[in-house]
Design a binder for this molecule. Structure first.
Ligand SMILES: CC(C)(COP(=O)(O)OP(=O)(O)OC[C@H]1O[C@@H](n2cnc3c(N)ncnc32)[C@H](O)[C@@H]1OP(=O)(O)O)[C@@H](O)C(=O)NCCC(=O)NCCS
Length: 329
């Protein structure tokens, strides 16, 4: 075995459509600014459904499309930064809901690179003999968005998608990376309780600002933009390095749907046209780790992705994490 077969994907579309005009009720902004700076016209948000629930709905769709019964699943890899519980993992709850009880289940916290990290990990376990792995990427970013911050609340959205993957002898290459020095540019601090014995608490510098609000995403948009426009082309080239293949061999790139301007600038750096990219950010917004599999599911259902193609996934986000996969499907 050298590669991965994506047997099927599935997704869940949250019920609320939030337009740019709707956001003007929360912050001083306008449709034209949001469209031209981000490429987003509207996004989807949950109406109270937990992250594990939207992940489960996506997982059930992927299982059904692939004709996989829950007892065939050897491992569940969840990816989320907006899980409902400190513990257990979202993947554990999804396992309960779909009836895949007994197999290992855990979440990866790699932000918007989560699906790429998950695929890479699935590849490793499939190489060791596993037969079918379920990757579930679900995000309820609306629960950790500061709707008083106009520079970030216009970007984030909710969504979920899943993939059932199996071993294959097709081409597969990957690259993963992370630079913790950049963590200060995109993060959400957790509220942690104090305990009754705390006396003169120790202040440890962690490079975030002490006055930042807790439990919401904080972003330095310009720094993230600079990082992302480099990360996208660099990860693709790093994944291809030493394989004998080039960008020209890739039929379609499905990038993390962060911002259309990031993708357009990165495309120029990579020396390819926008026709090599699939994007759905205009109606989905940025759904962190769910964005790549969600875009894949849409491209697949529209016949844009089909067997025989070489596709590339590239992700980048908080951490700062980054990664890419190039694979034949
Ligand atoms: C967030 C982002 C869209 C902001 O765009 P930008 O061109 O850098 O905008 P700036 O922050 O320079 O702000 C320009 C002006 O627009 C204003 N502005 C910011 N958000 C606004 C909004 N939603 N509506 C209207 N005006 C806004 C700013 O206040 C500023 O006004 P000023 O010039 O009077 O001070 C851009 O930095 C970006 O896309 N960054 C990457 C974010 C991302 O993709 N994150 C997820 C990665 S996984």
């Amino acid at each position: 075995m050298t590669g991965i077969d994506i047997l099927a994907t599935g997704s869940y579309t949250p019920p609320l459509t939030i337009t740019n005009d709707d956001l003007t009720k929360c912050v001083e902004t306008n449709d034209e600014w949001i469209r031209t700076r981000t490429g987003i016209s509207c996004r989807r948000m949950t109406n109270g459904e937990p992250t594990w629930y939207i992940g489960t709905m996506a997982a059930k769709a992927a299982l059904e499309k692939s004709g996989t019964s829950p007892d065939e699943i050897d491992m569940i890899i969840g990816t989320t930064v907006s899980g409902d519980y400190h513990t257990p993992s979202m993947a554990a709850i999804v396992g309960r809901e779909i009836g895949a009880v007994g197999c290992p289940a855990f979440d990866i916290s790699a932000a918007c690179s989560g699906f790429v990290y998950g695929m890479d990990m699935a590849h490793k376990y499939l190489s060791c003999g596993m037969k079918k792995i379920l990757i579930v990427s679900a995000e309820r970013l609306s629960a950790i968005t500061n709707f008083e911050d106009r520079s970030s609340c216009i970007l984030f959205a909710d969504g979920a998608a899943a993939a059932v993957v199996a071993p294959s002898d097709k081409f597969f290459t990957s690259y993963l990376g992370c630079d913790g020095m950049g963590m200060r540019y995109l993060y959400a601090k957790k509220t942690m309780r104090t305990h009754p014995f705390m006396d003169d608490p120790v202040a440890i510098e962690d490079y975030t600002l002490p006055d930042d609000p807790y439990d919401v995403l904080i972003q330095d948009g310009k720094e993230v933009y600079k990082f992302a426009t480099k990360a996208l082309p660099n990860t693709v080239l790093a994944a291809l390095e030493g394989t004998g293949r080039t960008v020209d061999d890739i039929d379609l790139i499905i990038p993390h749907q962060a911002n259309i301007r990031i993708i357009e600038t990165a495309a120029k750096h990579l020396g390819v046209g926008m026709d090599k990219f699939f994007t759905n950010i205009d109606h989905c917004g940025n759904t962190s780790s769910a964005s790549i599999p969600n875009a894949l599911d849409e491209a697949w259902s529209k016949g844009i992705v089909h067997p025989g193609m070489t596709i590339c996934f590239t992700g980048f986000g908080a951490g700062l994490t980054q990664g890419a996969i190039v694979m034949d499907i």
